[in-house]
Design a protein around this ligand. Sequence first.
Ligand code: PLP
Length: 386
Amino acid sequence: MSLAADDPLAPFEAAVNYHDWTPSNDGAQVISADMFAAARTSIADWPNYAPTPLYQLPALARRTGIAEVMFKDEGPRFGLKSFKALGGAYAVQALLAEHRGEAETGAENITVTCATDGNHGRSVAWGAQTFGCACVIFIHAEVSEGRARAIEAYGARVVRVDGNYDDSVHAAASAAEENGWYVISDTSYEGYMEVPKRVMAGYGVIAAEIIAEIGDAPPPTHTFLQGGVGGFAGAMAEAFHQHWGDGAPRMIMVEPELAACLYRSAEAGRMTEIPVDEETLMAGLSCGVPSVVAWDILAARAGGFMTIPESMVAPAMQLMANPLDGDPSIEAGESAIAGLAGFVAGTRKTEIKQAIDLGAESRVLLIGTEGATDPDVYAALLAQSG
Ligand SMILES: Cc1ncc(COP(=O)(O)O)c(C=O)c1O
């Protein structure tokens, strides 16, 4: 066996794409500090609320030649296994609060719906069950049975449609139109901004917990965040900017090569849709159309865009589960590790390190956005050999 085969970081030598981006920093504040605060107050009141852990990975920092790696693990979030627990469920709660007291639209007469590749639908279904309304969730052809069952477990009806994620978005929208249901989408488009903004305000709880834990210590210098439609990263970018201003970490977006709608938007210099012809293993990131709200924030706040190949997914999950000497073992699902993979790959490419000023003094923040949301898929990828 060659030395490289023994090196758990060797898979990150593979080629990645990097597109440099200078944040315009002009964009209007699309999610206000008040919206973030309202979401935080509501969510902190939910039963079993607890901040998720922020781990230090000193061995990984040493091996990648930087000062510090922090990893926030969203796996334990409200027992739903992903950060998405915060967004959809909060938007459902806020919608029902708006309709409280109206005879014909009381919660029991309201049906919420959305399209999902798994995690967002689970959150909306959980929110509907918790706050007391009906729920129908649309999934596409490739969503695993395990993920469908997890949504049904919260009492929602699950409808599987032909095609990909974008097709399921259209199916949910038409069904809502026909039946008078409320769409709780995590992605925004012209004419549909308020609900996705609330979803993103819910995600802001993650940023608030990180900010509270870091306290008066210096903020991270870089954060590598995975992108699907961009809502998660956009929420982090905006919340960090509101707190740290120009001292906020440089944010590098990381997407699968197979679904790089934000990367292509950066290349084109404007929001761009792409066809998703082949599903990535990183199911939560398999999106061809950016969220309008998210893109506006990212154009103003991002500091670089990357794509990673499929070959890095299993090695990155394995690196978290079987870590380097002394680092904690963390259960991180397929879509959780894109930021980590982008970071490690970046440390092995001089041009990227130079472009983003990544070096011995850097303190990097990563956010593991899900645990083993589909235990069968997780086990199969952990067992895969390189
Ligand atoms: C685990 C996980 N991480 C990251 C994302 C990306 O979030 P967004 O689509 O808001 O960019 C998703 C989206 O479903 C996800 O499920």
